[in-house]
Design a protein around this ligand. Structure first.
Ligand code: FES
Length: 333
């Protein structure tokens, strides 16, 4: 992972453009210097004022360190994050932290099979650009509701990457499953499968590919945006958090606490409010940044990041969504 949870950089919005229906692309430049370098799959956390923070994948050329590019879909039920980004204009300044990379590419894999659903194209587009730059074999499958919702379709065409790109437009869930099964069937086992999209799409890809590919060959990052309607039944809004209603007590192995985690609040919220700098990003149990070791007590898992085997071991938990089955839990990080 690059970057830290607490270091902030001041950025200026140098350009804003609409790249698809409800999706704007922002180009950010560092105020007084250059941004930290990043690799395809990385994201940054924007600090949007009043404590509002949201994470967005970097979707430009990773090799171009002079700017960061993000693309953000306006969520219909946004609690403020995507709406605040859509209000930004060229010349505005904001703070950001990162880059972080929880979705890195394993370039030892002989071919990348990239699956994107809706706004999940953003890290996948960066991977495709980088693969093309390196001359690394890849194929990109992009599932969208309509041509109007397809971000970066023109760029992929202009860059001559259409031979490696297949657009799947307006498919229903049955057709999405059939396509994903067909894609996985063509894989021989050595390739890496990279999936970014709404949660149901991730789960579908993991289920379909699970019997064919070794676990280390399946890489995913989830966006709850729900745009890939065909695959998105039941997807949560990316601005949402898991409901939480079981009170418990949390202590740190370093001796801090106990802290009471009441109904309706996450352990992450409680620890941040107590001034403890817990690395975090999505706050939805998706990214894994807030996962900590459990040294005492039994967690109640609500994340979508840890594997079933790791969850069953109860040796770690995601503080943003998971709770405790025991009255008290002790964590270490
Ligand atoms: S902040 Fe992303 S899993 Fe907790």
């Amino acid at each position: 992972m690059n970057g830290t949870g607490s270091t902030r950089t001041l950025a200026r919005v140098s350009a804003v453009r609409t790249i698809a229906q409800d999706i704007v692309e922002l180009t950010l430049v560092a105020q007084g210097g250059r941004f930290a370098p990043y690799e395809a799959g990385a994201h940054v956390r924007l600090h949007l004022g009043d404590g509002l923070e949201r994470s967005y994948s970097l979707c430009g050329e990773p090799a171009d360190g002079s700017r960061y590019v993000i693309a953000v879909r306006l969520e219909p039920a946004s609690r403020g994050g995507s709406a605040a980004v859509h209000r930004l204009r060229a010349g505005d300044t904001l703070a950001l932290s990162g880059p972080f990379n929880l979705f890195p590419v394993d370039w030892s894999e002989p071919c990348l099979v990239l699956l994107a659903g809706g706004i999940g194209i953003t890290p996948v587009y960066a991977m495709a650009l980088e693969a093309a730059r390196r001359g690394h074999p890849f194929e990109l499958h992009y599932f969208v509701r309509s041509h109007e919702h397809a971000a970066y379709a023109d760029e992929l065409r202009r860059l001559g990457l259409t031979a490696a790109t297949q657009l799947h437009v307006g498919l229903d869930p049955v057709a999405v499953r059939a396509q994903v099964e067909a894609i996985v069937r063509r894989m021989h086992g050595g390739e890496g499968l990279y999936v970014c999209g709404p949660r149901p799409m991730i789960e579908l890809a993991r289920e379909v590919a699970g019997g064919t590919l070794a676990p280390g060959r399946i890489h995913w990052e989830s966006f709850g945006g729900g745009e890939a309607a065909a695959a998105a039944a039941g997807a949560a809004d990316s601005d949402s958090e898991q409901p939480a209603d079981t009170p418990f007590e949390i202590r740190l192995a370093s001796g801090e606490g106990p802290f009471e985690v009441p109904a309706g609040q996450s352990a992450l919220q409680v620890l941040l409010a107590a001034g403890i700098d817990v690395p975090h990003s999505c706050r939805e149990g998706e990214c894994g940044m807030c996962v900590v070791d459990v040294v005492e007590g039994v967690p109640e898992h609500h994340d979508h990041f840890l594997s079933d085997a790791v969850r069953a071991g109860n040796g770690c938990m995601a503080l943003c969504v998971s709770r405790a089955r025991t009255a008290s839990i002790v964590v270490d990080f």
